[in-house]
Design a protein. Structure first.
Lengths: 198, 176
């Protein structure tokens, strides 16, 4: 590099002369490692599916056990909602490997693309995470209200509290996601500013 | 034979021979924990090997290698930032830098640790500019890798030099 001072040279020499372990992987080792890496992703996905299966099994058991048609519809809708969420989690790529064409993108482009993907995931949380289980929950609450199990005292109060707690949890999750999405947007804006500076 | 026409396996072998040590230094700059660093380096190697099928010669081989390596490493920082309150810095871990032959003097090691401490505190983009500077790349090539303008890179390098000068002066005073 032109205009290099002795300080620059010393600094570079210090950096470049540090001892390295001389890691060299043969193509065969790389193939093996890539296979292991892929299996690790598949194993992680399998664990997510297993967790979903437990939830589905629990609601499935309730689905079979209940004699009330409306309650059964509620559990059925919850199962469908959970399955949709799991499919979306997989499709939207929480555990996907890095893209193969990374060398085509500069660091700013790559980071911006990744941040936008994460931001969109957070922004659309009602569509793919919270929304799909709402119909099932609503039907279950309606079924609960209709049958009033055990003929509880202060039933309206219990029901209202139940609805408010669920609604509060959903709104809380959505707000947290919105806040995280805004934080990502600020970083995207910073990257846009940097790439537009001539 | 043009690089784009070569077998990806052959290309990978050449790249490792040429850039292996630089890729290790890059991994040091992104990850202080030796175990996780080994995984990161392996991930970079795998990403490079996979990427060569798409190498079309639109940029130089060196730019391609550094883009892939930095993008993998930046993703690594993003993933692990969620597990940590901040990027690992810690001189304790830096003391684990390999020195198998014990040839590096204490002064030199201290200077290297101080340099590494500065690097590991930087945001990924600034870290990339600093690493490119330390690896001897010019502003144009650094701009091609990072996506910043050459002028912006030059400004950042100017700031990096000022930070390093200040840190090393302070460090020198403290050690006296």
């Amino acid at each position: 590099m032109n205009g290099e001072s002795s300080n620059d040279r010393e600094m570079r020499e210090l950096w470049q002369s540090q001892k390295t372990e001389g890691v060299r992987m043969s193509v065969e080792q790389i193939r093996l490692s890539a296979g292991k890496f892929q299996r690790r992703i598949e194993w992680r996905n399998a664990r997510e599916y297993a967790a979903a299966l437990v939830v589905v099994a629990f609601f499935g058991f309730q689905f079979i056990r209940t004699g009330d048609a409306l309650t059964r519809l509620g559990f059925g809708l919850i199962i469908a909602g959970v399955c949709y969420v799991i499919w979306q989690l997989h499709a939207r790529g929480s555990g996907r490997p890095l893209p193969e064409d990374m060398g085509l993108a500069s660091s700013i482009e790559f980071q911006r693309h990744e941040l936008k993907r994460q931001r969109d995931l957070l922004r659309s949380v009602w569509n793919w995470y919270l929304g799909p289980v709402i119909p099932g929950l609503a039907v279950l609450i309606a079924a609960f209200a209709r049958t009033n199990p055990g003929h509880l005292k202060h039933f309206e109060l219990i029901l209202t509290t139940y609805v408010l707690v669920i609604a509060g949890a959903f709104v809380g999750i959505a707000k947290l996601n919105e806040r995280a999405a805004r934080r990502l947007q600020r970083r995207i804006d910073e990257l846009d500013d940097l790439s537009s500076q001539g | 034979m043009a690089e784009t026409e070569r077998n990806p396996d052959q290309l990978y072998d050449d790249i490792v021979a040429q850039y292996g040590p630089a890729l290790e230094r890059l991994a040091y700059a992104y990850e202080a924990d030796p175990e996780i660093r080994r995984d990161l380096l392996q991930e970079i190697h795998i990403a490079l090997w996979r990427s060569f099928a798409g190498f079309d010669g639109r940029c130089s081989q060196r730019t391609w290698v550094y883009r892939v390596a930095h993008n993998v490493a930046a993703s690594h920082v993003g993933r692990h930032a969620r597990d940590r309150k901040r990027t690992l810095v810690g001189l304790d871990n830096l003391a684990n830098l390999p020195d198998p032959e014990g040839q590096q003097s204490a002064d030199r090691r201290r200077a290297l640790n101080r340099l590494m401490e500065v690097i590991q505190q930087l945001e990924p983009l600034d870290r990339q500019v600093m690493l490119a500077y330390l690896e001897g790349m010019d502003a144009a090539e650094t701009a091609e890798i990072t996506g910043l303008s050459a002028r912006n890179v030059a400004t950042k390098i100017h700031r990096i030099k000022a930070v390093l000068a200040r840190r090393f002066q302070e460090g020198g005073r403290n050690e006296r």
